[in-house]
Design a protein. Structure first.
Lengths: 346, 258
């Protein structure tokens, strides 16, 4: 009857999808450009860019760029991408725009694990990382097991409740550890770890987290459209041929693994996993086919910018967690107040 | 004789093992290509029956067959291609566009890591045209009226191209014109061979469009059969405990109460 209108509308839908691809291209190029610039940017010897000649002549500059800045930047990118992708998955699956990937006992578990190691096993970097990662996963496991035992409410409500309870237990435990810690040696170390930062990143640390990060992110990327279906309520997702419980557990695990890995080397870096999904949704609407990859790219960009600032703004390093919270919360407020970011959607 | 698409045999089901079951000794057979309406007072177990038919709830005892096979023997994906559900309402936490939301109905045809194709998009848009809300394709599902949202849920179920369509109180949010539209859509679907099972609180709706009716009370099927024989004033008065009369108006049966 009105096939001309149909064709025109479908063309419009297609051209918007095409426009979205362009935005992705620009975001991707932006991330790569930022990455290269950040590699050359820093305080060596004074704030600015290292020139090409200098990189060729100065052995120390080359070491600095390839052995310190490169692994650090890659970790910053992995950190931003993991937290943002994890945040998107959590917000969709819990139907709640205010959750972030550390929320099922993962962040508080990691903090407790790191502090436990600092107080009782000494401050060896590898031990702290291992202990933080182990307790992050223990936090997730506990939340999951507890959720299965709760006798009322839907699956999502039960996980939320048990996540809050497990996080509270770990954070109480962290309080005890802080109280027990030697105030001159151990307490500052715990505090510093909790503030988050990438100053101690080495190639070894990066390679230790890379398998979990890549595996998790690739899996989430491939699952990006299906995530929409699993965000529907149980019965509806089931009626569309999904196995909601099993598939959601799979997605949550794929979201938590990279998160636990990056937290274990970078400490508490807040607000990234909360804010980037919001910006992605402002740009692309709700379809996770677009918002999940957008969230990853934005997270990478945001964290690299924050880390650049953290290592160049002052002579001493500013903990990354402070900057991500400061910038993240500022962006959050601007987003909440303004309503003018829908160009690509409409 | 038409064959049975879905059948319940002595099904017992409850939500809590410590209390008495919601459905007990339930027998029911849906004829292929028919519209069947389930009538009954609140708490009779109508919605529970629907979710058992979906395969979402598992009976404590008894079996449910789809095309002669136990419903558990179907894979999740295969069942999603056979049976679709239009829920009474749905919590939607994020601002999908209408087209994106309807496109989700293609999920049972896509592999877990798949993306909907242009053909899927076209199909979803055609369903929107059929349902009469194509002009809303780019609107947010949260920004349209409750009745329009109900039609979006219907469109999503139609995008699933099911053989059996389940509807839970399909007209509860609809005004007269949308109600009329939905009835036309369902009749059109029936003509194309889709089997339809719906719960309803409106005997009028059952009389207007269903071939078969099922009267339920306290978890059991009281009477089932052709709508004209089942939805009589006497039977309706009995299950609702309210005096009900069926009055013919211009050749159509109308329900009068009070």
């Amino acid at each position: 009857m009105n096939s001309a209108v149909t064709t025109a509308t479908l063309q419009k839908v297609n051209s918007r999808n095409l426009a979205r691809r362009w935005v992705f291209l620009w975001l991707g190029l932006g991330l790569i450009g930022l990455f290269i610039l950040s590699l050359l940017f820093g305080r060596y010897p004074e704030t600015g860019f290292i020139s090409w000649e200098r990189l060729n002549q100065d052995e120390l500059a080359r070491l600095l760029v390839f052995n310190l800045r490169l692994p650090r930047l890659l970790t910053a990118m992995a950190l931003g991408m993991s937290l943002s992708a994890g945040g998107m998955v959590f917000q969709m699956l819990f139907g709640n725009p205010l959750v972030e990937p550390g929320f099922l006992g993962v962040s508080q578990g990691a903090a407790f694990g790191a502090a436990l190691c600092i107080v009782f096993l000494g401050g060896s970097a590898i031990l702290i990382q291992g202990s933080a990662a182990a307790f992050a996963l223990a936090g997730l496991g506990l939340s999951y097991l507890l959720a299965r035992r709760i006798r009322y409410g839907g699956w999502v409500l039960r996980l939320v409740l048990s996540g809050i309870a497990v996080s509270a237990l770990f954070s109480a435990g962290l309080g005890v550890l802080k109280y027990m810690a030697d105030p001159l040696r151990q307490l500052p170390e715990i505090t510093f770890w909790l503030l988050g930062g990438l100053s101690s990143i080495t190639w070894a640390k990066l390679t230790s987290i890379l398998p979990a990060v890549i595996l998790g992110l690739v899996f989430l990327f491939l699952f990006r459209w299906r995530l929409n279906v699993l965000a529907l309520n149980d019965e509806t997702a089931f009626s569309m041929g999904a196995a909601p419980k099993r598939e959601r557990l799979l997605l949550l695990t794929a979201a938590v693994l990279p998160t636990a890995a990056v937290i274990s080397v970078a400490g508490m870096v807040g607000w990234v996993g909360l804010i980037m999904p919001h910006i992605a949704r402002r740009l692309f609407g709700s379809d996770t086919r677009y918002t999940l990859p957008a969230s990853m790219l934005l997270g990478g960009i945001f964290t690299i910018v924050c880390d650049d600032l953290s290592r160049t703004l002052l002579a001493g390093e500013i903990p990354l967690g402070i900057l991500t919270s400061l910038l993240g919360a500022t962006i959050f407020i601007i987003l909440m107040v303004s309503r003018g970011m829908h160009e690509v959607r409409r | 004789m038409t064959s049975s698409l879905l059948s319940f045999h002595q099904v017992r089901f409850g939500y809590n093992r410590n209390t008495s079951p919601v459905l007990d000794g339930l027998d029911l057979s849906l004829k292929e290509g028919c519209i069947t309406a389930i009538l009954g007072p609140n708490g009779a177990g109508k919605t529970t029956l629907l979710y058992l038919a979906l395969g979402w709830l598992k009976p404590w005892a008894g079996v449910i067959h789809l095309q002669g096979e136990p419903i558990e023997s179907f894979s999740r994906r295969a069942l999603g291609q056979q049976i679709a559900l239009i829920p009474q309402s749905e919590h939607i936490p994020f601002e999908y566009t209408v087209l994106e939301y309807v496109l989700l109905g293609r999920a049972p045809y896509l592999p877990s890591l798949g993306m909907p194709s242009h053909a899927d998009e076209e199909l979803a848009y055609n369903v929107l045209e059929k349902v009469g809300i194509a002009h809303l394709y780019d609107h947010s599902v949260l920004g349209i009226s409750g009745g329009e949202r109900q039609l979006v849920l219907a469109a999503r179920a139609l995008a699933q191209e099911p053989r059996l369509l389940l509807l839970d109180e399909p007209t509860s949010h609809l005004d007269l014109s949308n109600k009329y539209r939905l009835v036309q859509i369902l009749k059109d679907l029936q003509e194309r061979g889709t089997t339809i099972l719906m719960t309803t609180h409106e005997p009028d709706l059952a009389l207007a469009m269903s071939d078969e009716a099922v009267l339920m009370e306290k978890g059991r099927v009281l009477i089932s059969g052709p709508t004209a024989e089942v939805a009589t004033g006497e039977n309706l008065s009995r299950i609702y405990r309210v005096p009900v009369k069926i009055i013919p108006v211009e050749g159509k049966k109308q329900v009068a109460w009070m």
